[in-house]
Design a binder for this molecule. Structure first.
Ligand code: PEP
Ligand code: MN
Length: 356
């Protein structure tokens, strides 16, 4: 994909990997912004994030402090010499942010999913030199992500980067948003000079997942991290569960192992990540299958039926074996897998039967 890019250079200084952007999900009060920024500045963080306009799933929640928060960001710039970043979603947001001298703009996942909104933002950015970070759209659609990048790039923005924040899923998983690492990896393959920043806070949705996700992003050769950090995370007005204190953030960054980007290990890591992801999906699918087995067990119990019904079992083994061979696997291997699955399924059904 052809994008006209110039170095992102967010800090204005010589950049080392990873570039770190940190700050609260939302700017809440002047005190919260200054306390958090102070804590982060002491740890050497140079890029401060805070959402001023917040896209919330349902109305009635905290939808951001609005323009009042801009003056707080300006205090962070002046007093702590940090660069400040915020999310823009409309023409009015872009105008207000640019007028106030916000250093870096990002476009949120819900906005990137909407080409009308992306075009509106792109039109507002014409003739401006500001770095823009485009989050992945909420849905796992690489073309939509690329389309959004092209719109912003065509408006003349060359200091462009992306934020990988994971993809929405209906089913409850360990992650708030599935990482689906293969999508940013494919983006890197198609556009090798486009910096990728990982957002472990929105992928994980939980404090304890921030550190491992940061490490995975580094192992994949990503360029930076955007991490939600709050002076008092439990009291945060949005995304409380995923925010960490500046001290914890410093600890996480300190423990990160930053490996040299070399082609051979990077591609091995990439493949291993894909294996991990597939194994996770396999376990989740098996668990789903077992839940259905338990429902079948309940039905059989209520209708006085026996657990093992031989004809159905033989049919499953035959059909799956044939399917497996069509997909290039050994028939005995598939048979063994399904015998084991069936055994656990029977155990689950017996368990339901034996409950009062
Ligand atoms: C955020 O960064 O606080 C945010 C709203 O993120 P996303 O657009 O990824 O949901
Ligand atoms: Mn958030």
């Amino acid at each position: 994909m052809e994008l006209n890019l110039t170095p992102l250079n967010l800090t204005g200084e010589q950049e080392v990997r990873p570039v770190v952007i940190a700050g609260p999900c939302s700017a809440e009060t002047e005190e919260q912004v200054m306390n958090t920024a102070n804590g982060l500045a002491k740890k050497g963080v140079k890029l401060f994030r805070a959402g001023i306009w917040k896209p919330r799933t349902k109305p009635g929640g905290f939808e951001g402090i609005g323009e009042e928060g801009i003056a707080w960001m300006q205090r962070v710039q002046k007093e702590l010499h940090m660069k400040v970043c915020t999310e823009v979603a409309t023409h009015a947001h872009v105008e207000a942010a640019l007028k106030a001298g916000i250093d870096v703009l990002w476009i949120g996942a819900r906005t990137v999913a909407n080409p009308f909104a992306m075009q509106e933002i792109a039109d507002s950015l014409k003739g401006v030199d500001v770095p823009v970070l485009v989050k992945n759209p909420v849905n796992p659609d690489l073309e939509l992500w690329i389309g959004g990048l092209q719109r912003i790039n065509q408006a003349g923005i060359t200091r462009l980067g992306v934020i990988h924040r994971g993809f929405s899923t209906y089913e409850k998983k360990i992650y708030r948003n599935l990482p689906m690492w293969h999508i940013p990896i494919e983006l890197r393959r198609r556009c090798p000079n486009l910096p990728i920043i990982c957002d472990p806070s929105h992928i994980g949705g939980a404090r304890e997942l921030v550190a491992p996700l940061c490490q995975q992003a580094m192992d994949l050769g990503f360029d930076g991290l955007i991490i939600e950090s709050h002076c008092n995370p439990d009291a945060a007005w949005s995304d409380a569960k995923q925010q960490v204190t500046p001290d914890v953030l410093d600890f996480i960054l300190d423990k990160l192992v930053i490996r040299n980007i070399t082609e051979s290990t990077e591609s091995l890591d990439t493949l291993r990540q894909q294996i991990d992801e597939i194994d996770n999906s396999l376990i989740e699918l098996l668990a789903k299958r077992m839940r259905i087995s338990r429902e079948i067990g309940q039905y059989k119990k209520e209708h006085d039926m026996t657990v093992v019904q031989t004809m159905r079992y033989t049919e499953i083994l035959d059909k799956r074996g044939a399917q497996g061979v069509l997909c290039g696997m050994d028939a005995d291997f598939i048979k063994a897998v399904f015998e084991n699955i069936h055994e656990e399924s029977v155990r689950q059904q017996m368990d339901v039967m034996n409950k009062d």
